[in-house]
Design a binder for this molecule. Structure first.
Ligand code: MF3
Ligand code: CO
Length: 290
């Protein structure tokens, strides 16, 4: 860590004196670092102003998801959902983050049944009775990023699939309860993986959550098969997503070779995902988008 004088401006960009800002924070970080723990780099610790901006983008992100929730039903195409997301996001003075992101062609990801994530909306894909679908919305507002996803059950969904959707949601909130300053990222993955396994499910390994705020995807990468007490130390000012993908069958996945995006379960069994965006606060957590 760079040496800063106690009366110098803090490295976080708050404009406050270091001794009145992140000085104590750095002492705690140093202690953990000496114990050999992985500590968050300064670049992912957000200051008050940044948090306010990200909170607003995340709020808008949830409003876009609400808009989808009010309209989604049997018979709509995933392209309809894409249009709703595009229009509502624009109406709220924002930009859909997926659009043109690394060549992604649409404004939202719509992942049905055995599609794990990154399903591309299409006019040819109609939601039908019994489908489970994840709608993953990400927003840029004033250069700040919001990100969350929800599952929707279309019409009469089998008990088996409903349970998968339910347990996946529960796992996210169980993971959330682990979020506190000076806890560890691995605590989240442990409880999520435990709950999935207890129900005979498996957790996707290659794709996970991520830091977010100033960029769409920042450090840390968040795994949901980690062990308690391991992985990055959690510190106030960190913002990341909790977004496990839980499969009814094997954890193995494959990416569509033609479109390069759509990820499916290797065995064709259903998969579910919920995503929330979380801030680590001085006392615990704040959910920014859900
Ligand atoms: N919204 C996804 C996430 O939760 C990212 C999708 S990238 C895209 O991280 F390009 F496919 F949109
Ligand atoms: Co995400």
């Amino acid at each position: 860590m760079e040496k800063i004088g106690r009366n110098d401006p803090c490295w976080c960009g708050s404009g406050k004196k270091y001794k009145k800002c992140h000085c104590e924070f750095d002492d705690i970080i140093r202690e953990h670092e000496l114990k050999g723990e992985i500590v968050p780099p300064r670049s992912i610790i957000k200051n008050k102003e940044q948090i306010a901006g990200i909170r607003e983008s995340a709020r808008i992100n949830s409003l876009v998801l609400d808009y989808v929730a009010e309209r989604i039903k049997e018979g709509v195409t995933t392209e309809d959902i894409d249009r709703w997301v595009y229009e509502r996001t624009k109406e709220l003075d924002s930009i859909p983050a997926p659009l043109n992101y690394e060549g992604y062609p649409k404004s939202v990801c719509t992942s049905i049944n055995e599609v794990v994530c990154h399903g591309i909306p299409s006019k040819d894909v109609v939601l039908k009775d019994g489908d489970i679908v994840n709608v993953d919305v990400s927003t840029i507002h004033n250069n700040y990023f919001g990100d969350a996803s929800r599952m929707f059950c279309i019409g009469n969904v089998s008990e088996e699939k409903k349970k998968l959707v339910d347990i996946t949601r529960q796992s996210v909130y169980l993971g959330l309860e682990q979020v506190k300053p000076w806890g560890h990222l691995g605590d989240i993955g442990q409880v999520i993986n435990d709950l999935a396994k207890a129900n005979g499910y498996s957790v996707v390994r290659e794709i996970g959550g991520h830091g977010i705020g100033l960029e769409f995807h920042e450090d840390p990468w968040v795994s949901y098969v980690t062990k308690k007490g391991t992985d990055m130390l959690l510190a106030p000012g960190m913002i990341f997503t909790i977004e496990p993908m839980i499969n009814m069958g094997t954890y193995k996945i494959k990416t569509d070779e033609e479109d390069g995006w759509t990820v499916r379960t290797a065995d064709g069994k259903p998969s579910a995902q919920w995503e929330i965006q979380v801030l680590v606060t001085e006392t615990g957590y704040e959910v920014l988008s859900k």
